[in-house]
Design a protein around this ligand. Structure first.
Ligand SMILES: [Ca+2]
Ligand SMILES: [Ca+2]
Length: 580
């Protein structure tokens, strides 16, 4: 036993030797430190403001030992001025950085390359925020994150407030598929870009028209998009074989657009459109796309911005125009209360003269009181309509045989999502020829015969729910307290509420409202003004928060105590009473 322990100690000593931690305080120190790093080492960026730092994190880790560039404390390494980051090499990981209120004077804020020849592979950017990194000239085009190379991952990042020209996050294709993963990010508050050409302000773009016939195999999943209103395309797919799934779109004035490229999957996304102008769901262009298990509610757009829009194409289309839609499958989606549930042949004009060909619209629920449900701008060629439920208003075309015009018996749950009620004609009512969908929109198994729409009527555990601010983005943005309700209207002034209960023993809750991104502190004092506890300390986003305080944890006697909220220039103190 003793012998084993000695071996353990020796191994530990070796791993200590091998995995160095090097503290760095400037881009120059990072470059210097990189000349000595080995796989497994970590560069720790010291807390504080990093002004005008062009950081190049260029090194090669291994699949078992990455090289890390991290913040000394997550969210407290603030990059500003003209600071940028280049990640180049293999198996690198960056975490905990906060780019704030600066701008890039050259290239993207973060690029997965150094120069045009040295690209990144197997690298990861995580737990990082970019907020208001905008130039004064809104027509200046740069991206916030540019992905090059292959097998890179961007996850748990917070990208908020981009208001100038250029996609927020873009994937550039090379000569081989890239297999990137973009997941669990929070994309927030991108205002409409209102200068000509009213374009180039997408939140995500995968590929470009010139490389759009190449395979990308990028997966975009579990991301939260809130008020991403830059332009009509929230996401612009411009390559082949990509997957968009488990994302939630909230109050976005645009659509997920399969603009160029073929064979993409749009599965199991939630669109809560909130009847915002020009809000839509999914727009389809190109060949062999699959769109299923999506839930779309309250879309107010029409035609190209309908809940589901299948466009017309251009004969012999050049790469940058519109390819004819062929063999799209739109199955098992639920579309509720939308102004234009499905548009066919959208965009038809003298150039876009080719209607969709050989498409299948099957097992969907279209439920709306806004008419018509279907807009046929052109007559599709050989379109299969089977076992769809149309209900609530006029259909907009003759009900195809083998489809239903009955109430789907939907009921809105406490989570504001419509699901099937028992007795719904959707239950077990689907066309059985389309079985490749094995789960429903909440991850429950499809039980044959499958139900129509995104929901399978089931008591199984729910595995997939909409994502939101509570489970996307970096933890340092989410912070210690939970936001009470994601849907709550943001407060318009700072407020410190009276604690509840009061008097209390032993625990009470203090609620407060934050209206702008601010350093927040909540402390407890006794009658003499001595500090007893710091309940909250950190940067907070606008929202309503609460903190718990327990007299037991601080061995407090009965008596009067004070709690004080400081948020930027705002501060307020209130009294509370411990009564045993
Ligand atoms: Ca069933
Ligand atoms: Ca279900």
């Amino acid at each position: 036993m003793k012998y084993l322990y000695q071996i353990f100690l020796i191994l530990l000593a070796f791993s200590d030797l091998e995995a160095k931690k090097i503290f760095v305080s400037s881009a120059q120190q990072i470059s210097a430190a990189l000349s000595t790093v080995q796989p497994g080492d970590t560069l720790v960026m010291t807390k504080g403001i990093w002004n005008n730092q062009q950081i190049v994190f260029q090194a090669n880790g291994t699949s078992s030992s990455r090289i890390y560039l991290i913040a000394e404390k997550d969210g407290e390494v603030i990059l500003t001025g003209t600071s940028t980051l280049r990640i180049a090499g293999k198996y690198l990981e960056v975490s905990g950085l906060y780019f704030k209120d600066g701008y890039s004077s050259s290239g993207a804020v973060i690029e997965f390359r150094n120069g045009s020849s040295l690209l990144s592979n197997y690298c990861r950017l995580t737990n990082t925020a970019i907020v208001n990194y905008n130039p004064s000239d809104k027509s200046k085009d740069y991206k916030w994150i540019s992905l090059y190379g292959t097998h890179n991952r961007v996850d748990h990042c917070y990208l908020k407030g981009k208001d100038h020209l250029g996609t927020t996050l873009v994937v550039w294709l090379g000569s081989t598929p890239n297999y990137h993963l973009i997941d669990n990010n929070y994309f927030a508050f991108r205002p409409a870009y209102t200068l000509p050409p009213y374009n180039g302000a997408e939140t995500i773009r995968v590929g470009d028209s010139g490389t759009s016939m190449q395979d990308s195999y990028t997966t975009v999943e579990y991301n939260y998009f809130e008020q991403c209103n830059g332009e009509t395309e929230i996401i612009s797919n411009k390559s082949c074989e990509n997957i968009y799934r488990y994302n939630t779109f909230k109050d976005c004035e645009g659509t997920l657009t399969l603009r160029h490229g073929n064979r993409c999957t749009v599965e199991n996304n939630y669109f809560f459109c909130g009847n915002k102008p020009n809000s839509g769901g999914i727009r389809i262009i190109g060949e062999d796309h699959k769109v299923f298990n999506n839930y779309i509610e309250g879309s107010a757009g029409t035609s190209l911005k309908a809940a589901i829009s299948i466009m017309n194409g251009v004969p012999n289309s050049p790469l940058n125009r519109y390819f004819q839609v062929k063999r799209a499958i739109v199955a098992f989606n639920t579309v509720v209360n939308s102004r234009n549930s499905i548009a066919i042949g959208a965009g038809k004009d003298s150039e876009l003269s080719l209607p969709p060909l050989d498409c299948i619209i099957v097992n969907n629920i279209f439920y709306s009181t806004q008419s018509p449900i279907v807009t046929l701008t052109d007559n599709p060629l050989n379109m299969t309509w089977s076992k769809n439920i149309f209900f609530g208003t006029s259909i907009g075309m003759t009900l195809p045989s083998n489809n239903l015009n009955v109430s789907p018996l939907l009921s809105k749950g406490s989570d504001n999502i419509y699901r099937l009620l028992s007795g719904s004609p959707a239950i077990n009512g689907s066309d059985p020829n389309y079985k490749y969908v094995t789960r429903d929109f909440e991850g429950q198994d499809r039980i044959e015969p499958n139900d129509i729409g995104a929901d399978e009527f089931s008591n199984q555990e729910i595995k997939i729910t909409p994502v939101g601010p509570h489970n996307t983005g970096p933890e340092f943005i989410r912070l210690v307290s939970s936001i009470k309700n994601n849907d709550e209207i943001l407060p318009d002034k700072f407020v410190l509420e009276q604690n509840y209960p009061n008097p209390f023993n032993p625990e009470t809750t203090i609620t407060y409202k934050i209206i702008s991104l601010t350093d927040v502190e909540l402390k407890v004092y006794d009658l003499t003004g001595s500090e007893i506890a710091t309940l909250v300390k950190g940067l907070y986003l606008p929202g309503i928060y609460s903190a718990k305080f327990s007299a037991v944890n601080y061995s407090l006697p009965s008596g009067v105590f004070f709690y004080k909220l400081t948020a930027g220039k705002f501060s307020e103190t209130k009294k509370m009473v411990v009564l045993k």
